[in-house]
Design a protein around this ligand. Structure first.
Ligand code: CU
Length: 385
């Protein structure tokens, strides 16, 4: 019995390995990791989370499988700040790798402002493209090859024109290794981001730049049928043009933006947590001084552990396990007759999980003038003082 179940595990691992494609797992804000899965809408199925989107007409094209479901946390960021997206072949980094070298193709980043992060399913109109890159003549590399060179990371600067409020930021990869056989493979996911220093007015985008996802690409687009084995460059980038506001519009945005910091009210990560796993945090259990109180707090601790495991995305549950150890400590104390607690009250727990990438690449769209950036930084400093 024991023997056969072991074979089962080995077989499953082999299947997962041969099928590994890629998943967007981790958001970085200004080079700081927000934690695996934190503020990220990704497929919740560990067996299939790295698979390409099944169909380009599916709603999964917006934020991936499970992408219609919000996650609890939305990460704050600022225009002029930097976002980086980490892609992994294995969501929990059990094996290294960003994407297989065979999966050559372009990358892009899209964004959509949403009124309500907890109810917006992501699919539908209102998406703009912030950046894209196909094949780079100079280096002779596809965007996905550069992603591999950058340890699975791609970075963009958040443009000044983004309005304050809740945004879905959507990195996208398109692997073209089967495109000539009619199977272009899209990979995507979304970061839930709150922009705190943008213009208070919603962004007014001319129709030519605003697209619906799904719907923004067709199977007959030359960028989706492109033959990478006998390529005819330049590569025809699919989707809309990268949005660039008219000069006058961008000046107006800057003028109105620099005087206000907008306050995030939903999806804020609590500041008093002891440990975080993706979109779950563990907070200290109630004080106790009786046997009954001890067991109640032990139960409350394990209830939080269950929530942690239940909500853990395929990036893993390493920190749920750390939390569970704390709960074990409480029940051990109860058993030992120590009814004053909790032990190590309020002490932060040491996070476990994969090591962060050794280096975070520069933003690919860093094109704003230094002058503007300094002006923005100064405006922010004044407000923060
Ligand atoms: Cu693949």
């Amino acid at each position: 019995m024991k023997h056969s179940s072991l074979i089962g595990i080995v077989a499953t691992t082999l299947i997962v390995m041969t099928d590994a494609h890629t998943t967007f797992t981790t958001l970085f804000v200004n080079d700081v990791s927000q934690g695996d899965g934190t503020c990220v809408r990704m497929s919740m199925d560990p067996q299939t989370c790295s698979y390409p989107i099944a169909s380009i007409s599916s709603d999964d094209m917006a934020c991936g499988a499970s992408g219609s479901q919000p996650v609890a946390f939305t990460c704050p960021a600022s225009t002029g700040g930097k976002l980086s997206f980490e892609w992994r072949e294995w969501a929990d980094a059990e094996q290294p790798g960003a994407i297989d070298i065979s999966h050559k193709g372009p990358c892009a980043v899209y964004a959509k402002q949403v009124q309500n992060m907890t109810t917006d399913s992501a699919a539908g109109p209102g998406w703009i493209k912030l950046w894209d890159e196909g094949y780079d003549d100079t280096s002779g590399k596809w965007c996905t090859e550069k992603l591999i060179d950058n340890n699975g990371l791609m970075s963009i600067d958040l443009p000044e024109f983004l309005s304050s409020g809740y945004w879905l930021i959507r990195p996208e990869l398109l692997a073209l290794h089967e495109a000539d056989k009619g199977d272009p493979q899209f990979y995507t996911g979304c970061a839930q981001v709150y922009i705190q220093n943008g213009s208070p007015a919603p962004l007014n985008v001319p129709a030519e730049y605003s697209v619906s996802i799904p719907g923004y690409v067709k199977s007959t687009d030359p960028g989706l049928t492109f033959n990478i084995y006998s390529p005819k460059f330049p590569y025809p980038m699919p989707g809309p043009k990268v949005y660039q506001p008219a000069e006058s519009a961008s000046k107006a945005v800057l003028a109105s933006a620099s005087s206000k910091v907008s306050q995030q009210s939903k999806g804020v990560i609590p500041s008093n947590y002891l440990i975080k796993n993706a979109n779950w945090v563990g907070v200290e259990v109630p004080d106790y001084s009786t046997e009954d109180g001890c067991w109640k707090s032990s139960e409350a601790c394990f209830a939080q552990a269950k929530e942690c495991y239940d909500s853990a995305p395929p990036t893993g549950s390493a920190n749920c396990h750390v939390w569970e150890n704390k709960c074990d400590g409480i029940s051990a104390a109860c058993n030992a007759g120590n009814f004053n607690g909790p032990p190590n009250k309020g002490q932060k727990l040491q996070s476990k999980g994969p090591a962060p990438p050794p280096e975070i690449p520069a933003a690919v769209n860093a094109r704003r003038s230094r002058k503007l950036r300094i002006r923005r930084a100064k405006a922010l400093d004044v407000r923060l003082l």
